[in-house]
Design a binder for this molecule. Structure first.
Ligand code: ZN
Length: 188
């Protein structure tokens, strides 16, 4: 009797921290031949598990040490108190492969922002109000996201990771703060 192939439980990976060279490298394109393979799907599952475990609202592959243009995003901000002046709203689980980003408007929307790879700190970081991303999803279909408000901030933050950038490159340095002095923040 043939054994059914059994899928391993997704693994929560270690999130690398600022100072690791992969966070400062341009990530490589994911070969389209890998899309839909068990190997890539397992990696995506691991990234989702890692993001949820952290918890965070986004994770880019360089954050688990892989220089690949692969991002997962999910924001379960469903409670009314989360739908605040930051224009935060729920974002369903979204996988972005080889994303290309365009931004619109001045880079002048300022809120505290954090990063799972700069753990324990936040700073006011200016972002564009709107971002449009063209990418492939986990099935290899082209998707276009045109988001504003907090989800647009997440897109800008995650696409920065693929270009070797961190929010600290854009932040208002005078606001750089340990989390214990702040409340209600979400890292990505
Ligand atoms: Zn980050």
């Amino acid at each position: 009797m043939a054994l059914k192939s059994r899928r391993n439980k997704p693994e929560v990976r270690e999130i690398v921290q600022a100072g690791h060279p992969v966070l400062r490298s341009q990530a490589d394109l994911v070969a389209t031949s890998r899309i839909g393979t068990k190997e890539l799907n397992d990696l995506i599952d691991d990234m989702v598990a890692t993001m949820r475990d952290a918890p965070g609202v986004g994770l880019a592959a360089p954050q688990i040490g892989l220089p690949l243009q692969l991002v997962v995003i999910e924001d379960r901000a469903a409670e009314p108190e989360d739908l605040d002046e930051r224009n935060r709203k729920s974002v369903p689980l979204t996988v972005l492969i080889n994303p290309k980003i365009e931004t619109f408007g001045a880079q002048d929307v300022e809120f505290f922002e954090g990063c799972l790879s700069v753990k324990g700190y936040f700073a006011v970081t200016p972002r564009h109000e709107r971002a449009r991303v063209t990418a492939l999803n986990e099935k290899g279909d082209e998707i276009v996201l045109d988001w504003d408000g907090w989800p647009a901030r997440i897109l800008q933050h995650e696409c920065d990771h693929l270009a070797g950038k961190l929010y600290v490159d854009h932040m208002d340095t005078h606001t750089f703060s340990r989390v214990e002095y702040l409340i209600d923040n979400d890292e990505s």
